[in-house]
Design a protein around this ligand. Structure first.
Ligand SMILES: C[S@@+](CC[C@H](N)C(=O)[O-])C[C@H]1O[C@@H](n2cnc3c(N)ncnc32)[C@H](O)[C@@H]1O
Ligand code: SF4
Length: 386
C-alpha cells in the first residue's frame, strides 16, 4: 500500500481569554507565555515521533489553537525552520497560522510571512458588537477589519475568516449582515460554523437561546446563495472557497491522508505500513503536564480494519464532492465491495448517491450527516493499544 500525503498539525493551547462556547484544548493564559519552552517541547515531540513515520516532504502545516498568534513570529520561524530541516517541504506547501484579531499588532503578519507562513485563518466569529460581547470575544469588528487589511498589506491575501451562525437571538438578516461584512474584507476562504453548545463550557452551564431550526435553515440558504454570487464554492460542510483556495490541510484530513500531531492534546493519524493499519496518536492534553512530560508519553491506538471504512467515510462524506473508489482503496487498502455493502441501505434511503465510481452524500444526506455516520458505525468500539 502506497503511503498517503503527510501533513503536520501543531497545537498552541493558550488564549488571552477562554470563550464561553469553546471546548477546544485552550486555556486562559495566566502569567507569562512560556514561549521558548513550548517551542522546545514541540521540537522534542516531533523528534520522538519521526522514527515511527515513513518520512516524506510535508504537503501542509496547520498551527492551530488556542491562539498561535500569541507566539512571536521569531518563535513560529524557529519551529518552521526545524520542521523544514527535519522533515522537508513539498513545493508550494500550505502553512496556515490561526490568529485572533485581538492579538495582532501592526506589522506582525508581515513578520509571520517572512517566517514562512503562507495562509492565515482569522477568528472573526461575527461583526455584530452585541454578539461579540455575548461570545466573550476580546476584539471588536473594527479590529477584525484592521487585521484583514494588514493581511492584504503583508501579501497574505490567501486567508480564511471563521464565522459562527445560529448565535443567541440571531435573525437571518443579522446572519446575512455577517456574511456581507466578511465578504467586504476579500478573504479567499470562509468557514461558517453552527454555534454548538459543548459539554463543560460556560454556555452549557447557562445555555443562551438559539434560533429555531427553520430560521437556521434560512440562514444557510441565504449564506450559500450570497457566497456563490460572490464567487465562492461550498466544498465541505462548513467550508467555502474561491477557485484554487480550498484549504489543503483540511482536505488532507477529509481525504484520509496522514498527519503528525504535535503539541498539547494534539492528534495525529499515520499509516502503519508494516501492520497495514492506520494509527491514531494523541499527546498529553494539559499544557503544564505536556511541558513537563516525557514526549514518549504519546498514546498510540491502531484503527482496526473493521473500523477503517467508518473512519474513512466519516471524513469523506463531509466533502460536497464525496470521494471516489480509487481513493477509498488507496487509503484503506480495502476493496470497494466493503463500502457497497455498508452503503446500500443509505442509498436506498436517499441519503447517499452513487455516481460514476464515486460516493457522495445526497443533498438530504448532507444536511443530516449524522444519520449517515450512525448507520456506518461499527457495532462495538474496537480500537486497541498496540
Ligand atoms: C481555534 S479557534 C480559531 C482561532 C482563535 N482561537 C480565535 O478564536 O480567534 C477555531 C474556531 O472554531 C470555532 N468554534 C469554536 N468553538 C465552537 C463552537 N462551540 N461552535 C461552533 N464553532 C466553534 C470558532 O469559529 C473558532 O474560530
Ligand atoms: S474560540 Fe479561539 S480564542 Fe476563543 S477560547 Fe477557543 S481557541 Fe481560544
Amino acid at each position: 500500500m502506497k503511503s498517503p500525503p503527510l501533513a503536520l498539525y501543531a497545537h498552541f493551547p493558550w488564549c488571552v481569554q477562554k470563550c464561553p462556547y469553546c471546548d477546544f484544548n485552550s486555556h486562559t493564559l495566566r502569567g507569562e507565555l512560556p514561549e521558548q519552552r513550548y517551542i522546545d517541547a514541540l521540537l522534542r515531540d516531533l523528534e520522538v515521533q519521526l522514527p515511527d513515520v515513513e518520512v516524506r516532504p510535508l504537503t501542509s502545516i496547520f498551527m492551530g489553537g488556542g491562539t498561535p498568534s500569541l507566539f512571536s513570529p521569531a518563535a513560529i520561524g524557529r519551529l518552521l525552520e526545524y520542521v523544514r530541516t527535519q522533515v522537508g517541504f513539498t513545493n508550494g506547501i500550505e502553512i496556515t497560522l490561526e490568529a485572533n484579531p485581538g492579538t495582532i499588532e501592526r506589522g506582525k503578519f508581515a513578520e509571520y510571512r517572512a517566517a514562512g507562513v503562507t495562509r492565515v485563518s482569522l477568528g472573526a466569529q461575527s461583526f455584530d458588537a452585541r454578539q461579540l460581547k455575548l461570545l466573550g470575544r476580546i476584539h471588536s469588528a473594527d479590529e477584525t477589519r484592521r487585521a484583514a487589511e494588514e493581511l492584504h498589506a503583508a501579501g497574505l491575501s490567501n486567508f480564511n475568516l471563521d464565522l459562527m451562525y445560529a448565535l443567541p437571538g440571531q435573525t437571518p438578516e443579522e446572519a446575512s449582515a455577517d456574511i456581507d461584512a466578511a465578504l467586504a474584507l476579500h478573504p479567499s476562504h470562509l468557514s461558517q460554523y453552527h454555534l454548538t453548545i459543548e459539554p463543560g463550557t460556560l454556555f452549557a452551564a447557562a445555555p443562551p437561546t438559539q434560533p429555531a431550526d427553520d430560521i437556521v435553515d434560512e440562514m444557510l440558504d441565504r449564506s450559500l446563495s450570497t457566497l456563490e454570487e460572490a464567487g465562492f464554492e461550498q466544498y465541505e460542510v462548513s467550508g467555502y472557497a474561491r477557485a484554487g483556495s480550498r484549504c489543503a490541510h483540511n482536505l488532507n484530513y477529509w481525504e484520509f491522508g496522514d498527519y503528525l500531531g504535535i503539541g498539547a492534546g494534539a492528534h495525529g493519524k499515520l499509516t502503519n505500513l508494516s501492520g497495514g493499519f492506520a494509527v491514531r496518536t494523541q499527546q498529553t492534553r494539559e499544557p503544564r503536564r505536556y511541558l513537563a512530560a516525557d514526549p514518549n508519553s504519546l498514546i498510540r491506538k491502531s484503527i482496526s480494519i473493521r473500523d477503517l471504512p467508518f473512519e474513512f467515510a466519516m471524513n469523506g462524506f463531509r466533502l460536497v464532492e464525496g470521494f471516489d473508489d480509487e481513493l477509498f482503496e488507496a487509503r484503506t487498502g480495502l476493496p470497494n465491495t466493503v463500502l457497497e455493502e455498508a452503503l446500500s441501505s443509505l442509498v436506498a434511503r436517499g441519503l447517499v448517491d452513487r455516481g460514476e465510481k464515486r460516493w457522495r452524500a445526497s443533498p438530504k444526506g448532507f444536511r443530516f450527516l449524522n444519520e449517515i455516520l450512525v448507520e456506518l458505525l461499527p457495532e462495538a468500539e474496537s480500537t486497541t493499544n498496540p
